[in-house]
Design a protein around this ligand. Structure first.
Ligand code: AMP
Length: 273
């Protein structure tokens, strides 16, 4: 596995490759969710590139940019064991200059749900992903359904900017008890981790209600709030694949999303019907 820190050097290295390039962008603190994306990329491409970059522009004032878990040594080992060919570890100074050109998230889909709670977050996400795509020139890029709105916006950027890359969506990887894997789970105490389970319980309960024939999203939302009573719920939303709010569940065209705080840790999860 080769490690690159300089964007131009990596771009030069990958330019001449004939094989397909599978790319997995991450912020590190790698877990089984990331590994699943990497394995998927490994299975389907001649070359696999993973980036680890805690992108400052997608963090808002007062968020956890400074304390975000960083574990370079363990991440490097995971990448090596997963058969990664190139690990890209850029610095913020090399990725951004001063007075940069930015990608603006779309006015509606970029500013609801996560985009409303974290205004400007998706500008940062889309900007860094576009930069990374130009450096790595992947044929396939792998993203988790865990970040459903991010995935939708990246797909839209690829379409709107006529980018030449296939976006591959990978199912959310969960602990055996249902908790969605996340680097931010490292912040949770044992008691908080137990509380956090209520998020996946609420999603499970919603799917059970839907299986029983209930379609009214207000009714299901009330039940979900009851389950998550002790958490600070930021939103529960039912949206279609275009991220329009739904009053009624549409089978095969509904994503149920939750953002909630457990203690000071903000977690998101979703389920797609
Ligand atoms: P992050 O390092 O949190 O920015 O995540 C990097 C990529 O891994 C994103 O595409 C995420 O959606 C994906 N990811 C994070 N957690 C999971 C998970 N539990 N299952 C599947 N993919 C995930």
């Amino acid at each position: 596995m080769k490690i690159f820190r300089d964007p131009i050097a990596l771009q030069q290295e990958l330019k001449g490759l004939q094989s397909s390039i599978g790319f997995v962008p991450t912020m590190g603190a790698l877990h089984l969710g990331h590994r699943t994306l990497i394995e998927e990329a490994r299975r389907r491409n001649g070359t696999v590139v993973v980036s680890i970059f805690v992108n400052p522009t997608q963090f808002l004032e007062g968020e956890d940019l400074e304390s975000y878990p960083r574990n370079e040594e363990a991440d490097r080992r995971i990448c090596e064991l997963s058969g990664v060919d190139y690990l890209f570890y850029p610095s913020a100074e090399r990725m951004y200059g001063q007075d940069d050109v930015y990608v603006g998230a779309p006015d509606v889909r970029g500013y609801v749900l996560e985009g409303a709670s974290r205004a400007g977050h998706f500008d940062g996400v889309l900007t860094v992903v576009l930069k990374l795509f130009h450096i790595v020139t992947p044929t396939h890029a792998y993203f988790g359904k865990k970040d459903a709105q991010q995935l939708a916006l990246i797909k839209q950027m690829v379409q709107d900017f006529f980018l030449h890359v296939n976006i591959v969506a990978v199912d959310t990887v969960r602990e055996s008890d249902g908790l969605a894997l996340s680097s931010r789970n490292l912040y949770l105490s044992d008691a908080e981790r137990h509380e956090a389970l209520k998020i996946s319980y609420a999603l499970k309960r919603a799917t059970t209600m839907i299986a029983q024939g209930i379609r009214d999203t207000a009714v299901i939302t009330r039940e979900m709030h009851k389950i998550m009573g002790s958490l600070e719920v930021e939103y529960i939303a039912f949206v279609d694949n275009e991220f329009h709010e739904l009053p009624q569940v549409e089978i095969d065209n509904t994503i149920i999303l939750i953002a909630a705080k457990v203690g000071t840790t903000r977690l998101i999860d979703n389920i797609q019907l």
